[in-house]
Design a protein around this ligand. Structure first.
Ligand SMILES: Cc1cc2nc3c(=O)[nH]c(=O)nc-3n(C[C@H](O)[C@H](O)[C@H](O)COP(=O)(O)OP(=O)(O)OC[C@H]3O[C@@H](n4cnc5c(N)ncnc54)[C@H](O)[C@@H]3O)c2cc1C
Length: 384
């Protein structure tokens, strides 16, 4: 097995680093979670100008036709630098590929050029108060009425709903059939009358997700993506893309570098327990990186990595939690002070990361659910 990338891919990595040095001469004060919190449309447009949004998409739709391994090199470098990539992240990772696969020619012509230009921000309207892990239990309904669908219901935990141009919405279109069989996907313009957004502030004090209410929201019928009532089967493959990216390993990568620098600078590194703890984290990070690269390699071979995505997401997000917990343990009391406190070590990044860390193993599917996927689809065990 040869783990090396090609010379072209290594050159690509150098190009990205050079671009980031120029575009972000001052690294962000808190580089963690930049794919969720670093929202900057202008930066996304600069990446778009380099052709770095839609990197894997076919050239006929404005993409570069590059492999998923090239994309993981790109996303790894962006997250390593804490680049503010949130504005285009969902469109590039998930909505663009979904439209490429299931969209009508008109949807492709309308949405793909805007996503690839960094001009279109998406949110994902899947989870509901009573439907998260059991997504098929969702209650938001889309009822046909003449030339429209009328949407009523509530979504929750909707990242970027307050900033998004469009919602990629999942709704029930047929209540008469088993729950997995009556679900459809829609592209909903967030300016449509009847949509109300209420912010949810997380434990760190940040606002990136929301509740979204749909009250008799009329959307044209051509907003349906793919086949009516077949949405569940479309979602399954979309989630494999959602779960498998290197953002599941690198959300708080900046912290690994920062605490490594810190214990070196303070001389703490001379203590054996500190050295071993850090070494363990770096080993786990490398293991996680290999899992993510394996998933990218499978995708580049045209294989949908179902159990492999679940494995990578579970291992990597649990590593992210251990990283936050270990950083907190290494920093002691001052590490618990939040950003803004003048005595907070590392500008409060440790405390913020510690409080945010529970989210990693929930967002995009909980570790419990992913272990079920590994057991049934990966190991062929019977469902529990
Ligand atoms: C930071 C963040 C951002 C998010 N962004 C979005 C977004 O943009 N759009 C969106 O639609 N959603 C989003 N979500 C929601 C996320 O997808 C859900 O929180 C997740 O799927 C879990 O659903 P739930 O919260 O309803 O928990 P539940 O499904 O109620 O689960 C509660 C607990 O029960 C366990 N459990 C549930 N079912 C089983 C089972 N069958 N077997 C064993 N254990 C089980 C779970 O593992 C979990 O520990 C976000 C969540 C977070 C934390």
């Amino acid at each position: 097995m040869d783990f090396r990338l090609t010379p072209e891919q290594e050159n690509f990595r150098c190009d990205i680093r050079a671009f980031l040095r120029e575009a972000l001469p001052e690294p962000p004060e808190i580089p963690e979670d930049s794919w969720l919190l670093g929202f900057d449309r202008a930066f996304s447009q600069r990446l778009a100008a380099r052709g770095w949004i839609g990197l894997t998409w076919p050239q006929e739709y404005g993409g570069q036709g590059k492999s998923y391994l090239d994309r993981v090199v790109l996303t790894e470098e962006l997250l390593r630098h804490g680049a503010p990539v949130a504005a285009h992240w969902l469109g590039d990772r998930q909505m663009g590929p979904s439209i490429l696969r299931y969209g009508t020619p008109a949807q492709k012509a309308t949405f793909l050029p805007k996503i690839i230009a960094g001009d279109l921000v998406f949110c994902i309207g899947m989870s509901e108060p009573g439907a998260g892990s059991d997504l098929a239990g969702l209650q938001t309904k889309a009822v046909e009425d003449g030339d429209a669908y009328v949407i009523s219901g509530q979504k929750i935990w909707t990242s970027f709903a307050h900033l998004a141009d469009y919602c990629y919405l999942v709704a029930r279109t047929n209540p008469e059939v088993p729950k997995h069989k009556g679900i459809s996907e829609f592209l909903v313009d967030m300016r449509t009358p009847g949509i109300t957004i209420k912010p949810i502030v997380d434990m760190t004090g940040a606002h990136h997700f929301n509740e979204v209410f749909f009250d008799q929201v009329r959307i044209p019928k051509d907003c349906l993506v793919g086949e009516k009532d077949r949405g569940w089967y479309q979602i399954a493959s979309q989630l494999d893309y959602e779960r498998s990216g290197i953002e599941r390993l690198m959300s708080n990568y900046g912290l690994l570098e920062a605490i490594t620098r810190h214990v070196r600078a303070t001389g703490e590194i001379r203590r054996e327990v500190v050295r071993h703890t850090l070494a363990q984290l770096h080993i786990e990070w490398t293991m996680g990186r290999h899992l993510v690269y394996k998933v990218a390699w499978l995708l580049s071979q045209g294989i949908i990595p179902n159990a492999e995505s679940a494995t990578a997401k579970t291992y990597c997000t649990e590593f992210e939690q251990r990283l936050a917990q270990t950083a907190s343990a290494l920093m002691g009391g001052y590490g618990q002070l939040m950003p803004g406190s003048h005595r907070a070590l590392l500008a409060g990044r440790v405390a913020r990361a510690y409080l945010y860390a529970p989210a990693y193993t929930i967002q995009g599917g909980t570790s419990t659910i992913l272990r079920n996927i590994m057991a049934t689809r990966g190991l062929g065990l019977p469902p529990g």
